[in-house]
Design a protein around this ligand. Structure first.
Ligand code: PBG
Length: 303
């Protein structure tokens, strides 16, 4: 009766990785329980999530070919676009969110186009807008830009409006830190930068006021929901964003947060279920309305 915070399956979003082929279910070595799925298999996985009451999935694509500008990102026949169509057709009650970024699609692994080893902000925004429109055409319910270019939310909002998707929502990765906790994800998405790091566009973990400025800008540009990422090391910012803005706040319990618990549990050092529940409860208590987590299936199935 006096417990203040309860995590519910309704709060959760399950990330899924889509790869080429059929019948593919490729385990990600650094993320036990996570797979790269081909379109047919990702549809089955999405249906299983829906059956467990998980309201939404977040799709990432591993393309057939990577190139300097990430052209497969906006290919109408790309893996994510095909997966969105298939999930919307076969699991109509499930909300489909797509990650909008170039790092999974570029051969250098950076989140934008490159000149002299530097990411070009404005040309990248144009490509991200194209990618978002192609996800919208495929039937995505929400697009989620994760690139951290300046002005990309405005570019995406304009492009969506111009193409007849004025009602499509944007969940922006607004306060996304340059984090070591993304390591396992980069195995899953095969998106490790080939040179340098993402510190010229992702945020310095030491900066909290700057995170608030990033969130304010994204909301001004048209974001409907904002995200803080990673989650557990940034609970202070989840709370500040929740208190200072009146839009829904998402928190991403990222790959490293997940794999850390998995690894410790596999060694017998932590009780996995208790640790999972404690971290998710803390993220919710900090103020998250939506929690994106690789633990969504385990949580929902009571494992
Ligand atoms: C793409 C993107 C990343 C994550 C989500 N979208 C990787 C990165 O920025 O390097 C990380 C998610 C995770 O670690 O689970 N830009």
């Amino acid at each position: 009766m006096v417990r203040e915070t309860a995590v519910s399956v309704d709060d959760l979003v399950l990330p899924l990785f889509v790869c080429p082929g059929t019948g593919v279910e490729n385990p990600v070595a650094s993320m036990p329980g996570v797979f790269q799925h081909s379109v047919d298999r990702v549809t089955t996985a999405a249906a299983a999530a829906h059956d467990l009451g998980i309201p939404a999935v977040l799709l990432f694509g591993i393309p057939e070919h990577k190139d300097p500008t990430g052209t497969e990102a906006w290919d109408e026949d790309g893996v994510v676009q095909r997966a969105v169509r298939s999930i919307k057709e076969n699991v109509p009650g499930l909300l489909v969110i797509t990650d909008v970024c170039l790092c999974e699609y570029t051969d250098h692994g950076h989140c934008g186009v490159i000149r002299d080893e530097a990411v070009l902000n404005d040309p990248t925004c144009e490509l991200l807008a194209r990618e978002a429109v192609s996800h919208a055409r495929a039937g995505a319910d929400i697009v989620a830009p994760s690139d951290m270019m300046d002005g990309r939310v405005a570019a995406i909002r304009d492009a969506l409006d111009d193409n007849g998707f004025a009602d499509l929502a944007i969940l922006s990765y607004a306060a996304k830190f340059c984090s070591a906790f993304y390591g396992p994800f980069r195995d899953a998405a095969e998106s490790t930068p080939q040179f340098g790091d993402r510190s010229t566009y992702q945020m310095d973990p030491a900066n909290a006021d700057e995170a608030i400025r990033e969130v304010a800008l994204d909301i001004e540009e048209g974001a409907d929901m904002v995200m803080v990422k990673p989650a557990l090391p940034y609970l202070d910012l989840i709370r500040r964003v929740k208190d200072e803005f009146s839009c829904p706040v998402a928190a991403y319990q990222v790959s490293g947060e997940y794999s850390m618990i998995k690894a410790a549990a596999a060694s017998g050092w932590l009780d996995e279920r208790r640790t999972m529940l404690e971290t998710l409860t803390s993220i919710k208590r900090a103020g998250a309305d939506i929690i994106i987590t690789y633990y969504a299936l385990d949580f929902a199935s009571g494992v």
